[in-house]
Design a protein around this ligand. Sequence first.
Ligand code: FES
Length: 107
Amino acid sequence: AGDIFSTAIEATEVPLGHVKKVMHEGSEVAIYNVEGCFYATQDQCTHGLASLSDGFLIGEFIECPLHQGMFDVRTGEATAAPCDISLKTYKTSLKDGVIFLARSTGE
Ligand code: FES
């Protein structure tokens, strides 16, 4: 089945090694640039009320600004305490310098 892609953002707005928050289908989503590959997860940490787009992207891991838990942005997997619940992830697609987000979450 084809994915429906909706929200779009210029790739230049998410520079290498950076993370940017966008509104996507009514939800806050963080978009990450890991060495030119774009990934997207829910913006809110699964541990508390923190915005991961305010955190630090270290390679493919995002460090939460509140308690320094970590997630693998490629899979959403929680990789460092105190986080133990995975993030929702969204498929991304890059076309002509524009990042598109899939309407539904990836698995
Ligand atoms: Fe993110 Fe606690 S709110 S680690």
